[in-house]
Design a protein around this ligand. Sequence first.
Ligand SMILES: NC(=O)c1ccc[n+]([C@@H]2O[C@H](COP(=O)([O-])OP(=O)(O)OC[C@H]3O[C@@H](n4cnc5c(N)ncnc54)[C@H](O)[C@@H]3O)[C@@H](O)[C@H]2O)c1
Length: 313
Amino acid sequence: MIKKVTIIGSGVMGRGIAQSFAVGGFPVKVNDIKETFLEAAEKSIDQNLALLVHSGELRDDEKRDAKGRIAYTADLKDAIRNADLIIEAIPEVLEMKWALYKDLEQYKKPGAVVSSNTSTFPISKLTEQTAFNGDFLITHFFNPAHLVPLVEIVKQDETKQEIVDDVVGLLKRIGKSPVVLKKEVNGFIANRLQTALMREAFSLVGQGVADAEDIDTAITAGPGFRWAFVGPTRIADLGGLDTWKRVFDNIAPDLDKSDGAPEIINRLVQANKLGVKTGEGLFKYGKHEIQTVINQRDDYFVKLGRIKKVNEF
Ligand SMILES: NC(=O)c1ccc[n+]([C@@H]2O[C@H](COP(=O)([O-])OP(=O)(O)OC[C@H]3O[C@@H](n4cnc5c(N)ncnc54)[C@H](O)[C@@H]3O)[C@@H](O)[C@H]2O)c1
């Protein structure tokens, strides 16, 4: 039974994951390599909790309780000593993850489950040096992790079925929507689907068919509007598979099939136009606009999350 959770790495993902468990009622320890990183994470969690209060999602006392459930420590041994589940959310650098896993294996309590938030490494690669006796799996959260429900779970032959069941149950209890992959595949499910769509989106911009803003509207007001509740396979059933056969046969030959990053992305990255990080990407962002754009996004996600909670298909 998982009761205590530790998150290693308090960056973009770790802080959101920690917040999800704390709001869900679980005591959480957050670990990072420097106190200053932990202070930044605490501040960000505080702001995100305040946004949930502002939008009516949490009461003030619930915010206070959630805050009180999170302890921050730069001492790894202290962070993991009593943890039943340790979620690794450190940078996507294999050697860093391997080095951490050696410490975890040495200091975690027997039977504690370890999971990685990796977005790209196969589970077999992650466990090449430290197998964790079957107590290891991937739990892939989505950004912003405190708001997006999906968590993809990847197991391997060695992973004990009871820990998969335990983690799935735990994630459901904190309001997440876990999906367990039946087998390992590069990019898991959601990023494969998303990348397929993004490749075509950037290709259409590159061909001059539409500008970035219109591409976004074509998705958010069209397929994206439907997908929040009705997924693509159900959409196909509802539309008629004979119709979808014609759609595929007529359009698929024309779709972009390039096997690397789109030309536009390569060009923008080369020019250090990385999006909100540098103030310009596909769009330009004024100095004070960035936080507004992020708050607006989070506000939309909170509202959508509320509708989804009561209306699951
Ligand atoms: N950013 C995303 O959108 C996203 C989405 C899904 C999955 N992921 C995955 O989640 C993981 C974390 O990504 P992120 O974007 O949060 O990274 P990040 O760089 O924002 O945060 C990583 C944190 O880990 C800390 N860290 C580094 N080594 C550590 C160690 N040995 N012990 C404790 N803390 C350590 C760093 O100081 C940093 O605060 C990666 O595997 C990434 O691929 C990221």
